[in-house]
Write a protein that binds this ligand. Structure first.
Ligand code: GLC
Length: 448
């Protein structure tokens, strides 16, 4: 009897424990539908997009929108930049060609930032067609040039518009109103009207929302916005800054250290420290650093959205052009290790970034610099049929040690004497079957 009671108590305690354990496990995200997987396919395969910030903030070379919001410059002075925004040397085909050369498969242009200045001839609000010397639509020609180069079209759009008389927030210190549902509804109708124009005029493949943090999904009427855009284009992709309605996560300015739990994600990253053109910002990343960030990102299953800032006349600083060209030359040397791949193996197996071919039979190892000895891979259950440096035509010497019936050993790959890539070399490991990783902890292995 006692024993029975004790067992009952024990099972209650255990049930409690398993409940606690279950509660601590992060909730698994529901698997996307087959239709959504198909809709997201081009995005997943693309790996690289180019982000372009272009707006009146390039005239003085100051922070996009934030400079007046944070009081670094008065609002009237900020808006004076309208007079200097000429787009005089804007060559959308040259933009598209640069994007194509970079190896990107899509681009995202700021159609309207938080300052409310639209790059197209909107029926609502401030725009560059009627309010600046540029005097023409800047989005249409960009969209056409991208399509000509077979690139997907993304449009950035800030939900917040700090210039709009119907928007509640004006600057960090000033609000226009609180709690005025009629005025707020006017704003929502305004922003949704602008989105409808963008959606129907340019038919973008992707909307890149921003500026959502001042209101919640309900206030933005985000479901309605999504339904409207999907009814125009059922295939359209939306980032997750349209709260509760997005297709993919958007970490910003730093590669995640561990692989994000999101199935789809995209790291947006500046080439120097600014999103828009700022002549005083000389802190450019080197091509090797950008390539390193790129492979780190795709190795964890994400895309990189690399940002450049156009000058007010529509040209780009040479440093940014050079970074895109170097990245493109590198990608075009190793396209099979980039496009259409999946995330590679965790760092426990290879201490660097890696990707996996879609058929899971080739593992691509990215090797930074000149390795100080052989490259090491652990825990591969598969047999390695061939190991070679991409770009070279000889097989690399390998050595397998500590291999037993149940436990795959350590695979050493020798790159000594090989011509390595000055930025990042790629080793392709050809496997005899789809990748299988050994996962048992040591104690379990010892007993098996
Ligand atoms: C931030 C900033 C914005 C920038 C964006 C790009 O949300 O507010 O200025 O355009 O990041 O991701």
């Amino acid at each position: 009897m006692r024993k029975f009671m004790a067992m009952q108590i024990l099972s209650v305690v255990l049930a409690g424990l398993s409940f606690v354990a279950a509660a601590q496990v992060p909730e698994a995200k529901p698997a996307p539908s087959a239709a959504d997987v198909q809709r997201m396919q081009w995005f997943k395969d693309a790996k690289l997009g180019i982000f372009i910030h272009w707006g009146i903030y390039a005239v003085d070379g100051i922070d996009e929108s934030w400079s007046f919001f944070n009081g670094k410059i008065g609002y009237p002075d900020y808006m004076k930049q309208l007079h200097g925004f000429t787009a005089a040397h804007y060559d959308p085909q040259a933009w598209a060609d640069l994007i194509k050369r970079s190896g990107a498969r899509y681009a995202v242009l700021t159609s309207r930032h938080h300052d409310g200045v639209a790059l197209w001839n909107s029926a609502h609000g401030i725009n560059v067609v009627k309010d600046t010397p540029a005097g023409r639509d800047l989005i249409g020609p960009f969209v056409r040039a991208l399509r000509k180069d077979d690139l997907k079209v993304g449009l950035y759009y800030s939900l917040a518009d700090w210039s709009s008389p119907d928007y509640d927030v004006f600057t960090r210190k000033e609000k226009r109103y609180t709690n005025d549902p009629v005025r707020w509804q006017r704003f929502v109708s305004y922003y949704q009207g602008q989105l409808r124009e963008l959606s129907q005029r340019y038919r973008p493949d992707l909307f890149w929302f921003d500026g959502d943090w001042e209101h919640n999904a309900k206030e933005w009427q985000a479901n309605k916005t999504r339904d409207m855009l999907r009814s125009d284009n059922p295939q359209v992709i939306l980032n997750a800054r349209l709260p509760e309605n997005g297709d993919y996560a958007t970490p910003e300015q730093g590669p995640p250290i561990a692989r994000p739990s999101d199935r789809y994600w995209e790291l947006c990253l500046t080439t120097n420290d600014s999103w828009g053109y700022q002549q005083r910002d000389r802190n450019f990343k080197t091509p090797t650093q950008v390539i390193g960030l790129f492979v780190d990102t795709i190795g964890m299953g994400g895309n990189l959205l690399l940002d450049i800032g156009a000058r007010a006349d529509g040209t780009f600083p040479q440093e940014q052009v050079d970074i895109l060209d170097a990245l493109g030359q590198w990608i075009h040397r190793y396209p099979q290790a980039v496009y259409g791949t999946d995330a590679g193996v965790p760092k426990d197996y290879y201490n660097g970034p890696s990707t996996l071919s879609a058929d899971q039979r080739t593992l691509y190892l990215f090797v930074n610099g000149k390795p100080n000895g052989p490259v090491l891979v652990k825990g591969l259950i598969n047999k390695v049929v061939d190991a070679r440096l991409l770009g070279g035509n000889t097989s690399l010497k390998t050595q397998l040690i500590g291999n037993s019936v149940n436990i795959p050993g350590l695979l050493y790959i020798d790159t000594a004497g090989q011509a390595l890539d000055q930025h990042m070399s790629v080793i392709a490991l050809q496997l005899d079957s789809p990748l299988k990783l050994y996962k048992k902890p040591l104690d379990a292995a010892a007993g098996s």
